[in-house]
Design a protein around this ligand. Sequence first.
Ligand code: SF4
Length: 404
Amino acid sequence: MTSVAPKHRRKSVAVHIGSVTVGGDAPVVVQSMTNTDTADALRTAIQVAELARAGSEMVRITVNTEEAAAAVPEIRERVEAMGLDVPLIGDFHFNGHKLLTKHPACAEALAKYRINPGNVGRGKKRDEQFAQMIEFACRYDKPVRIGVNWGSLDQDLLARLLDENAQQSQPKALEEITHDALLESALSSARRAEELGLEHDRIILSCKLSGVQDLIRAYRDLAALCDYPLHLGLTEAGMGTKGIVASTAALSVLLDEGIGDTIRISLTPEPGGQRTQEVLVGQEILQSLGMRSFTPRVIACPGCGRTSSDYFQHLASEIQEFLVAQMPVWRATHPGVEDMSVAVMGCVVNGPGESRNANIGISLPGSGETPVAPVYVDGEKTVTLKGDTIAAEFKALVKQYVQE
Ligand code: SF4
């Protein structure tokens, strides 16, 4: 898989999570999360496999109950039996210390633990339960993500910062205190984890908010204050276009500044929608920024009054879906295929030019043009397609190009 380092990637330590490296010189890793009941090992394993096949390089699963913790080893076995080597990350809140105590096989089967310092208890119990989680990470040699979220901010810490702020002659606004509390929660928890014996290169941090500008500011500041790898994600990004655009806006700014070592796009799936969409959006962001290549690039014109029908738009989307569907196999059998480009153009104005510049391209006829579609391979016109079978024939030519 191709990767291009950003011009000025922030320096971070490399953290090894199973077979995947996050931080250091490793490419930015795309991860995702299941939404099945983890206690249902079969359904969860199937969804983990779907996400992994779509390109998710790590998959997080909720571990919230005894039944969920008990199911984790089976999920891992099932996923491995499907021939997939994808690290599973356990997402713990409130009772993680108890679940890891009672389910050592779960502690072993997971490749990383996510700990939310705002959700491990209050007061003295918080410190004890956090320490227990870190002890498990040390005992089983697992990295952790200390994942702070503004929706579940450490209330003791926030109360302390608010008290201190109230004593100041010029108190800060509440948003400023929240910002400070988020960073302090992440950094002080990481410090504590190291004091408890966790190695520096076993810690990843995240600091998630739902506001784009707030998120950018928090990560910029966090990035300047430590060298832990950073997990980026806009929390509660939302549904459909809104979620995709907001996540893209926030993450693109940070990634282009070299900030971020792994990303997760938290989309709320449309009813009946594909969970894998969040993986594809994450890949698209990295590919659009020129940081990684995952799928051949489809160059398609937007269409205009010169297009004779929306046929070419259907063809463009059919080709895109075809390429995405082939990638799990092609990635393994044809390394480098993700770097190729395929043009699907709507008329003679820009069609031949774009098609010649792509590895393989087709220029469909616009209105009033002769109803033929020349195909260009590596800049040369090789064949002209016509009739009802253009889509099928072009897909066959793309396949042939990849195989050759
Ligand atoms: Fe319109 Fe032709 Fe340009 Fe496509 S290539 S946008 S159909 S002018």
